[in-house]
Design a protein around this ligand. Structure first.
Ligand SMILES: C[S@@+](CC[C@H](N)C(=O)[O-])C[C@H]1O[C@@H](n2cnc3c(N)ncnc32)[C@H](O)[C@@H]1O
Length: 279
């Protein structure tokens, strides 16, 4: 006779929330069944219920993190929603470059970078359109909570299907080397970017607010996974990490949780935010 199990999905949702602050809807509990199969296999378990019992029996931080990371949605693409990139290229970056001409340094952060396409899109945009930056100190930081995608970002290796999503052919030829079905970013692109695992909702953000100020922050398509208090805390931290004349881009359907500290600017068919300084 087939044995039936009842899985405490609420417990799994709570674990995900505790680790990554991602709020999962009960209507999507079925995702646990597919996304946790690799963990079950690695743990030698046949059913999710066993995993829940293991997690309940003894605190296992590594296993909790594995569960939370497996439930992240890592959807991304090169030059996703092209408008922010066009606006940067045509209007915003020329002004920032002019403002930084004495320091000759520019810092970008792709928070929640997933497999790295956003950071590499920025790198290619700089190489393609801002030749005057040769010799400048350019850093594009990419962070994500999910170790697997961070490793993929570090490798900079993409399948033909990922390349075909949003990347102009000219960029493919100029900035990638071809290996079988894959394409790897060339060293000149890779060296501008620096990827590491970091939780946006940990006790502190992964940068130093006095020494690590950013000129441009991309924090796109991640806030939608958080609840309102988490968004407020995150956005306050991001505010501290942005240069006073810096720029913040959110996803096209996202808003800063606390509008009082941001000035929205509508331009180029998109919206970006400038940090408002305390008066
Ligand atoms: C939909 S992807 C967005 C990728 C990219 N920013 C874009 O817009 O194309 C969301 C990413 O947020 C990451 N994420 C979710 N919760 C996070 C957290 N607490 N800290 C850091 N990254 C997180 C996920 O791992 C995932 O890779």
């Amino acid at each position: 006779m087939e044995q039936t199990f009842s899985v405490d999905y609420g417990y799994l949702r709570q674990i995900v929330f505790n680790v990554s602050q991602n709020v999962l809807d009960a209507s999507r509990d079925y995702l646990f069944d597919t996304r946790l199969t690799k963990i079950l296999r690695n743990q030698g378990m046949a059913h999710l219920d066993e995993l829940v019992r293991r997690l309940r029996a003894q605190k296992n931080i590594a296993l909790e993190h594995e569960v939370a990371e497996a439930m992240t949605i890592n959807e991304t693409s090169f030059f996703r929603d092209l408008r922010p990139f066009d606006l940067l290229r045509l209007e915003l970056l020329p002004k920032i470059v002019e403002a930084r001409r004495h320091h000759r340094s520019l810092r970008f952060w792709s928070g929640a970078c997933a497999t790295g396409q956003e950071a590499y899109s920025l790198a290619m945009l700089l190489l393609e359109h801002f030749p005057m930056l040769v010799g400048w100190n350019i850093v594009i930081e990419g962070t994500d909570i999910c170790s697997e995608v961070v490793q993929r970002a570090q490798a900079g290796r993409y399948h033909r299907i990922e390349i075909n999503r949003g990347l102009p052919a000219r960029y493919v030829v100029r900035y990638f080397d071809h290996i079988g079905e894959d394409w790897i970013v060339k060293p000149e692109v890779r060296k501008l970017s620096n990827f590491r695992r970091a939780n946006l909702c940990g006790p502190s953000l992964p940068f130093n607010r006095t020494t690590d100020r950013f000129d441009v922050i991309f924090l796109r398509n991640v806030m939608l996974y958080f609840d309102q208090p988490t968004r407020r805390t995150l956005m306050a931290g991001v505010h501290h990490l942005l240069a006073p004349d810096g720029l913040l881009f959110l996803g096209s359907s996202e808003q800063p949780a606390d509008p009082s500290i941001w000035t929205p600017v509508l331009a180029g068919g998109t919206c970006y935010f400038r940090p408002r300084q305390p008066s």
